[in-house]
Design a protein around this ligand. Structure first.
Ligand code: SAH
Length: 340
């Protein structure tokens, strides 16, 4: 028996051909699973009983077990889910002007070891399977009774370290007969796994890319993000530039502002030079302090000064307002607390 949410449309087509059925059954199944969100194959009304019986022999419809749900004053919801093997993951639902946005987790724990991040406090145990990423969207949209219009792959884990499942997940939630989440409304964020950025440039969906840069040079980036030792900042910028030329899409640069470390005007100026001429959008994010980590949030004044400097140097930039700070919504915080 296999989980049906691990199957891409192509895999389902092959399956139906294999059992002597019409390949278009895959579209029907996708509509039932993702649009009607059925919990049992018996709810299907437009496919013959004997075909349903075959599907029931070969597949099951999995569920996630919701352990806690916290609701922030600003409406942000944070869910802690238990997977079938007992591991815990977190998913965040945010309400924005343009609709509901979900932030999904891609791995149990993370090995990237970014020094400021709560996720890295717990080593990676395993990748999430496609179905476990898909179910985060389905469960949240059912539990909160909302239509999810935006997805950010920015929860715990490094998505490009679980590349195949993440790609399959994006195709499944984009499917026009299912959740129909527009490719332009899906964003994957990476700490900078350079070979995967080149691979992703060839991916045929119009999905977005965000890069966790957080530093304007190798010295600071090496201190904050060990991945920079494998793929230094020049190689990363080169990969971003290739991606932009290949896809013609603007890349988001994430930059968390940490007091005294990367938030000076000198850093802003170096960042502007680094990004000069690239079609990017810089998101300045206030750092969420993490217990046990030495880093502090930058002051509102230095955040504004940093922002103004980038503007002056003609960089596209925005100061991101934070959501869910009162419910540990920053990457890995809720899970970490629960495991203590
Ligand atoms: N591994 C991927 C996606 C997960 S992290 C990546 O690195 O992009 C999602 C974003 O949250 C990243 O930009 C990450 O650097 C940032 N982040 C992690 N901990 C944070 C914290 N305590 N405060 C603010 N942002 C944080």
């Amino acid at each position: 028996m296999e989980s049906i949410y691990n199957y891409s449309e192509e895999m389902l087509k092959e399956y139906f051909i294999r059992i002597g059925e019409k390949p278009f059954r895959s579209s029907q199944i996708i509509e039932w699973l993702y649009r009607h969100k059925i919990e049992s194959f018996d709810e299907i009304t437009n496919i013959k009983k004997n075909v349903i019986e075959a599907v029931k022999r070969d597949f099951y419809i999995p569920q996630l077990d919701c352990v806690t749900r916290q609701i922030s004053k600003d409406g942000t919801n944070k869910f802690l889910f238990r997977l079938s093997d007992g591991n815990l993951i977190e998913t965040v639902l945010m309400h924005q002007e343009y609709g509901y946005s979900v932030c999904v987790t891609t791995e149990v724990g993370c090995n990237m070891d970014c020094q400021f991040c709560a996720s890295g406090l717990r080593k990676k145990i395993r990748n999430l399977e496609t179905d476990e990423i898909v179910l985060q969207i389905l469960c949240v949209s059912k539990l909160a009774d909302v239509r999810v219009s935006n997805v950010v792959i920015m929860g715990i884990g490094e998505p490009f370290d679980n590349y195949e499942n993440v790609i399959r997940f994006m195709k499944l939630i984009n499917h026009p007969l299912g959740l129909e989440i527009g490719a332009r409304h899906i964003t994957v964020s990476t700490c900078g796994i350079v070979p995967k950025i080149y691979e992703y440039a060839d991916f045929d969906l119009q999905v977005n890319l965000a890069i966790s840069l957080h530093a304007p040079n190798n010295k600071i980036r090496n201190e904050l993000m060990p991945i920079n030792k494998a793929y230094p900042i020049e190689e990363l910028i080169q990969a971003i530039s290739y991606y932009i030329h290949k896809t013609n899409r603007r890349v988001t640069i994430e930059y968390i502002l940490i007091k005294g470390l990367n938030d000076t005007i000198a850093c802003a100026d170096e960042l502007a030079t680094l990004l000069h001429g690239l079609n990017v959008y810089v998101n300045l994010i206030p750092y969420n302090e993490v217990k046990g980590k030495p880093y502090e949030r930058s002051t509102p004044d230095s955040r504004l000064a940093f922002f103004d400097w980038l503007k002056k140097r003609r960089i596209n930039v925005q100061l991101r307002k934070e959501q869910g700070a009162d419910i540990d919504a920053a990457c890995g915080q809720l899970r970490s607390k629960h495991l203590q």
